[in-house]
Design a protein around this ligand. Structure first.
Ligand SMILES: Cc1cc2nc3c(=O)[nH]c(=O)nc-3n(C[C@H](O)[C@H](O)[C@H](O)COP(=O)(O)OP(=O)(O)OC[C@H]3O[C@@H](n4cnc5c(N)ncnc54)[C@H](O)[C@@H]3O)c2cc1C
Length: 378
């Protein structure tokens, strides 16, 4: 059991030794077909796979979102692929906490220490169907894409179109992988610029049969707001961690190159520093507002707009920081196996998240829909 005293929480969120070990291991996982197995063994041993469960340090009903975002950022700084997969695990546990029955919560929370969870929602034209075959049984047909963690995920939460005479909509289910037909992994889908170690393959679930106890929530619960829209804060936190790693490595290289006295270098480092601090200020504020607004009647759209702004600001801060870092260290600093070369590829890839234009437009529409702009975010 994790002790939830303040000092212990701080130790877990800022476990520098653990994060350094993950960072040190991450170069070895960076290849086509790689997966950060050692890094997840470290996370499991540290207790961080269960830190959001009831009674634990960052339990969801404890208004602990700023702490969770700090943790995600710190893991992302060590390794963006590890941050991506860990965020999926945390997201699945949040969805179970929000929509699971008491029985399901007990069963899946019990599994969380030993199994990795993931959320596989993205799909291409084919998509996934969950067909009600009667007597509480369901057959899956089709595949999901960008399935981070692929076959290393023991409890994938997948979404699909429910085909049933009684109900319809977008249904979540959690696959008990050891008791069903194997999910077919297609790694040929995953030839990205970066984030190789996130193992975000296409997964074919055709022929898998599950029971009523494996369905999570009601159809369309997955998109229930503001939970869905505000989830962008978690991946933005991981991304900001990547930018912090870029700053740290640029700082190290400039010292190595003995180029710290140059005013242009000082100016660029200054800009990266305040961009990242801006991201941190947004993230902390957004975490506090999330805890205040999530269950406050009438605050759903405001929370989504605030999360969208945070995500956009952090994306811009990451992109600009990478550009400034490149100019600062030059080609010598971007050589393999240097950290900056990998972080650059990983962050460029991981910054591509769904519908960036639509989320910015949402903010504009939200603001224009208000009577005036005097108290937008109070
Ligand atoms: C490393 C990594 C891991 C991932 N892991 C997972 C995972 O575990 N589970 C999961 O479910 N997903 C995962 N994803 C998928 C991710 O959530 C996004 O769905 C995916 O990255 C889509 O990115 P995109 O740039 O192709 O987005 P798009 O939404 O296609 O955006 C590309 C551009 O097109 C614009 N655009 C979008 N829609 C339209 C439109 N209708 N008309 C005109 N323009 C449009 C956008 O604004 C943007 O400018 C992962 C992605 C990455 C990169």
């Amino acid at each position: 059991m994790i002790n939830t005293t303040n000092s212990t929480i701080q130790d877990q969120l800022y476990n520098e030794r653990l994060f350094a070990e993950i960072a040190a291991a991450s170069a070895a996982s960076d290849y086509d077909g790689g997966f950060p197995a050692h890094e997840f063994a470290l996370l499991r041993a540290s207790g961080l796979l269960t830190i959001t469960l009831p009674g634990q340090a960052l339990c969801y009903d404890k208004a602990s979102t700023p702490g969770l975002l700090q943790l995600l950022k710190n893991i992302g700084k060590s390794s963006l692929p590890v941050g991506r997969i860990y965020e999926g695990h945390i997201n699945a546990l949040l969805l179970i906490a929000s929509f699971g029955s008491q029985d399901q919560k007990s069963r899946w929370f019990e599994d969380a220490g030993a199994n990795l969870f993931g959320v596989w929602n993205t799909q291409d034209a084919g998509g996934l169907e969950i067909e009600d075959t009667g007597n509480g049984r369901y057959r899956l047909t089709g595949s999901k894409t960008f399935c981070s963690g692929a076959g290393w995920i023991g409890r994938p939460l997948v979404t699909g179109k429910l085909i049933s005479p009684e109900k319809s909509g977008w249904q979540m289910c959690i696959i008990p992988t050891e008791t069903v037909k194997p999910i077919l992994a297609d790694s040929s889908f995953w030839k990205p610029l970066g984030m190789q170690a996130s193992a975000s393959y296409r997964m074919d679930l055709t022929g898998i049969e599950i029971g009523e106890q494996d369905l999570l929530g009601l159809p369309d619960d997955y998109y229930r707001q503001p939970l869905f829209g505000s989830g962008a804060l978690r991946f933005a936190a991981v991304q900001l961690g990547g930018a912090e790693a870029v700053l740290e490595e640029t700082h190290r290289l400039l010292n190595d190159f003995k180029r710290t006295e140059d005013p242009f270098q000082q100016s660029r480092i200054a800009e990266i520093s305040y961009l990242i601090e801006t991201g941190n200020l947004w993230l902390n504020q957004a975490g506090e507002l999330y805890d205040r607004w999530l269950h406050m009647p009438g605050s759903a759209e405001k929370l989504i707009a605030y999360a969208n702004m945070t995500r956009t600001i952090i994306e811009d801060a990451c992109l600009r920081s990478m550009q400034l870092a490149e100019r600062s260290v030059g080609s010598r600093g971007l050589m393999r196996p240097g950290i900056l070369e990998r972080m650059h590829r990983d962050l460029t890839t991981y910054l591509r998240q769904p519908a960036p234009d639509a989320i910015q437009a949402y903010v504009g529409k939200y603001v224009l829909d208000q009577q005036n702009t005097t108290s937008l975010w109070t």
